[in-house]
Ligand binder design. Structure first.
Ligand code: SF4
Ligand code: FES
Length: 325
């Protein structure tokens, strides 16, 4: 085991772990944000720089600090390493710059974006965003296109985190999209329109940290904070059949994988469960989903609701009308 100290908290971790994984073992606010790393997908990380931290001591053997801030998702822990995240003003300042960079091309269209309320970039901007930007250039613009029968691509919103590319590589039999071109010309594309149709392709929507890939069966149906996430399962021959159904009354508006506190899917689900089973009869509803991540969707989901007791009139007393109760 190796000893690592992050923001003055020391823990033992296994050899080979990254600083981000070690921070997730501590949990809470010590954990750096991550826009491209996804623990369920191999090879992710190292693209967005939101997880930057300061290594104040490289190891017990070499107490020198690392000369630059490092990406915590791809820097392995060493014995005796001392890391600063929240405790370093330099890291906090650098993260503001990273957010500004991510927003250079990202439109500020949260009011009309389906991802609003559960968007990692929205949360990050809330925590680190600045009112003004140094950038004077026009944002890149792309038409909104169908990249499959169930998925729309808003390339304007893409932050090129590559998560969807790794997801398509590792979850589907044939990846049909990728990042085309280089530098500031890079974009997610399929070459041929409307070709992504394999069984697990819907998971690219779940792994996308922003609203670049959206579910065509749910688009513009509701803001996510108006619908209630419920854990539900069904018999499925392709996947575990365990998902979250998002309900308005008795209607299922959308189905997603169950996500943890880092917004990562616990088990990937198939397209049939996600897009084609929207009737309540297809699912066994287990109960309200506890949303652990810090975002708008974690509010107002009635997990702690106490059923109001039936009001019994006291003899001789008038019952006030319902709207005055
Ligand atoms: S579409 Fe989404 S998941 Fe894919 S690279 Fe862009 S931001 Fe990342
Ligand atoms: S999460 Fe580490 S670089 Fe993106």
């Amino acid at each position: 085991m190796l000893k690592v100290t992050i923001d003055n908290i020391t823990i033992d971790v296994e050899e080979g772990m990254t600083i981000l994984q070690a921070a997730r073992m501590i949990g809470g606010k010590v954990v750096p944000p991550a826009m491209c790393y996804y623990s369920k997908l191999k090879g992710t990380g190292g693209k967005c720089r939101t997880c930057l931290v300061k290594v104040a001591q490289s190891s017990a053997k070499d107490p020198r600090p690392m000369p630059k801030l490092v990406a915590s998702c791809s820097t392995p822990v060493q014995d005796g390493m001392v890391v600063q995240n929240l405790t370093s003003p330099e890291v906090q300042e650098a993260r503001k710059g990273v957010v500004e960079m991510l927003l250079v091309n990202h439109p500020l269209d949260c009011p009309v974006c389906d991802q609003a309320g559960e968007c990692d970039l929205q949360d990050l901007s809330f925590n680190y965003g600045m009112e003004e930007t140094a950038s004077e250039e026009e944002r890149r613009e792309f038409p909104v296109i169908d990249i499959g029968p169930f998925i729309k691509l808003h390339m304007n919103r893409c932050i090129l985190c590559y998560r969807c590319v790794y997801a398509a590589d590792q979850l589907t039999s044939e990846r049909r999209h990728g990042v085309m071109y280089r530098g500031d010309g890079s974009e997610i594309s399929t070459l041929i329109a409307n070709v992504i149709d394999n069984d697990f392709s819907g998971n690219v929507i779940d792994v996308c940290p922003v609203g670049a890939l959206t579910d065509k069966t749910f688009r513009f149906k509701s803001r996510v904070w108006f619908i209630k996430p419920m854990d539900a399962h069904r018999e499925c021959g392709r996947c575990s059949g365990k998902g979250t159904v998002w309900m308005f009354g008795n209607e299922i508006y959308r189905v997603t994988g169950r996500k943890d506190q880092y917004g990562e899917v616990e088990e990937f689900i198939c397209n049939e469960c996600r897009f084609e089973k929207k009737e309540l009869a297809s699912w066994t509803v287990e109960g309200p989903r506890k949303i652990k991540r810090q975002s708008v969707i974690s509010a107002n989901h009635y997990e702690k609701m106490v059923q109001p007791s039936i009001i019994k009139p006291i003899e001789g007393q008038m019952i006030p009308p319902q709207n005055e109760l």
